[in-house]
Design a binder for this molecule. Structure first.
Ligand code: AMP
Length: 215
């Protein structure tokens, strides 16, 4: 099964993707995670990517499309994939359609997790992840059991560099201008389903599972 998770930053795509990927055994492909990994490596490409990410801007389409093309050809995508944070622009979506066609693949479902702008700001400012194992938390909606420590390995929880207020505002604008037109794009092809992201992680996950199992 080939799935795309769409929605504004902070809607819960990453959290849902981890659970979907584990339950349905699909590779979780997050362009954001791939780029953060490149930044960590300290390479020249990583430095360039970091300049876009910390400014709340999108990485240029050409680089994103090339990254996804390479990822799509890996063996684990044979049984399907779960895209998280890709595509984010119309040229990315169009180029992705072409790549899939070349491999005789189709997109089965685009699940758009909706969230109001106020809620996005609230969630992103509370978002934390474990500095050691990467587990996700939110000090408002999904708090850790003890202080700002990971429930699984007790390491410190940290905030993403691009979750500060100024960058968050830019990311929301970028989403509204460049990514939200994809809702219409996928509506036209009949694969779009919208879910309300302003509920608990468990409730959203339950609805997403129902959508997937109806396939
Ligand atoms: P995310 O973790 O999905 O919120 O992505 C973090 C940042 O990585 C974004 O704000 C962009 O700068 C960059 N990024 C991730 N995916 C894409 C994409 N599909 N197109 C352009 N930039 C991206």
């Amino acid at each position: 099964m080939n799935l795309i998770l769409l929605g504004p930053p902070g809607a819960g795509k990453g959290t849902q993707a981890k659970q979907i990927s584990s339950k349905y055994n699909l590779p979780h492909i997050s362009t954001g995670d791939i780029f953060r990994q490149a930044v960590k490596s300290g390479s020249e490409l990583g430095k360039l990517l970091n300049s876009y990410m910390t400014a709340g801007k999108l990485v240029p389409d050409k680089a994103v499309i090339e990254t996804i093309k390479q990822r799509l050809y890996k063996d684990d995508c044979e049984k399907g994939f779960l895209m998280d944070g890709f595509p984010r622009t119309k040229p990315q979506a169009e180029s992705f359609d072409t790549s899939l066609k070349e491999q005789n693949k189709v997109i089965n479902r685009v699940i758009c997790i909706n969230l109001s702008e106020n809620e996005v700001v609230k969630r992103l400012s509370g978002r934390r992840h474990c500095s050691k194992c990467g587990a996700n938390f939110n000090i408002v909606t999904q708090p850790p059991r003890v202080g700002e420590k990971c429930d699984h390995c007790s390491a410190d929880l940290v905030q993403r560099h691009d979750d500060n207020e100024e960058t968050v505002k830019k990311r929301i604008k970028v989403y509204n201008d460049q990514t939200s037109p994809l809702v219409e794009y996928y509506k036209k092809t009949g694969v779009l389903v919208i879910v309300d992201g302003a509920r608990s992680v468990e409730e959203v996950f339950k609805e997403i599972c129902e959508i997937i199992e109806k396939q």
